[in-house]
Design a protein around this ligand. Structure first.
Ligand SMILES: Nc1ncnc2c1ncn2[C@@H]1O[C@H](COP(=O)(O)OP(=O)(O)OP(=O)(O)O)[C@@H](O)[C@H]1O
Length: 303
């Protein structure tokens, strides 16, 4: 078996914030610029602390998924990131600059809730989007084939469409101004697998074109398939950010630092401070599926 660098979450006492910061830098060497950077974001709603400390680093050209249980604060993070909710504290940067109105042209949005006028035809809704963004109406048809849409659907009222077609049209709207960043909050929830495949194809195509995608989904299979990195959020806090690898390793025990880890001859090695292959953890568990890592995260075994 070829040596390969793998990513491990070491479940030990030393998971302090300094070490967590190191983990955040894993797997990002191929990406340079931060498209979105959130530091120590806090937000209370009606006196309740919803976001305690959100830290996210989303790099240009990557597909980044935000995972976490219901009520973890994913949507609140996105609303606050976009300025739709006012932050209480923390930093939000888009391409290295404080979030401001000018960034709206650089961001495409698709929420779980439909934001279109239900009584208008699809084409009128999309023409309105073109008008708002000052773009040519021919853009409406850029993704028709890729999304497997029928032209006759464009004449229907938005409310007459199936749920899947509504989502496809919403995606066209999100992309109409050719944004650099696409933010999708549960875009495929409740949709059939065929539409999920179409979405996946489109997202991977956007990535090829250098777009950055922030993706919120509860579909772990889909997340593992398309994401470069994942941010785990629980109770309003970022627990960790990790790259998606084919396998995850969870190390139990007292291992010193989050250095580089390596698999050699099916055994797990840890580099010491001088980068020598040295320590061989005895208690470790290989986790092949994101859903199993996620289950441990929910159980609190990874914290
Ligand atoms: N307007 C509001 N007023 C009061 N509480 C709110 C409001 N908006 C969100 N919350 C609370 O904030 C917490 C985080 O909600 P949020 O929708 O951000 O979670 P989420 O991770 O996106 O969940 P889901 O996966 O269910 O979409 C929840 O406990 C929710 O009840």
């Amino acid at each position: 078996m070829e040596d390969n660098i793998i990513y491990i979450y070491c479940n030990n006492k030393q998971n302090n914030s300094k070490n967590k910061e190191k983990i955040r830098n894993w797997g990002v060497t191929k990406f340079k610029m931060k498209a979105i950077e959130i530091k120590k974001l806090k937000k209370s709603i009606n006196g309740k602390l919803i976001l305690k400390e959100i830290n996210l680093n989303i790099y240009e050209g990557e597909i980044y998924s935000l995972l976490g249980p219901n009520g973890a604060g994913k949507t609140t993070t996105i609303y606050t990131l976009l300025g739709l909710l006012k932050k209480d504290d923390g930093e939000i940067k888009i391409f290295g600059e404080e979030l401001s109105k000018k960034h709206f042209k650089e961001i495409g949005l698709m929420f779980e809730i439909e934001t279109y006028n239900l009584e208008w035809s699809v084409i009128d809704n999309l023409k309105h989007m073109c008008y708002l963004f000052g773009v040519d109406e021919h853009r409406i048809y850029d993704y028709v084939e890729m999304l497997d849409l029928k032209r006759e659907d464009f004449r229907k009222k938005f409310k007459q469409l199936s749920k899947g077609t509504k989502r496809k049209i919403s995606l066209i709207g999100a992309l109409i101004h050719d944004p650099k960043i696409l933010i999708l909050d549960e875009p495929t929830s409740g949709l059939d697998p065929e539409i999920q495949v179409v979405f996946k194809k489109l997202l991977l195509d956007l990535k090829k074109r250098g777009k950055t995608v922030l993706f919120v989904s509860h579909n772990l299979y889909e997340v593992q398939e398309i994401s470069d990195r994942i941010g785990f959020i629980k109770s309003g806090e970022t627990i960790f950010e990790i790259p998606v690898s084919e396998k995850f390793y969870l190390v139990e025990g007292d291992y010193p630092e989050f250095q580089t880890y390596r698999v050699k001859n099916s055994k797990l090695y840890v580099f010491d401070e001088k980068m020598f292959l040295k320590i061989k953890p005895k208690n470790y568990q290989m986790i092949e599926k994101l859903e199993d890592l996620y289950a441990k995260f929910i159980e609190g075994r990874v914290s």
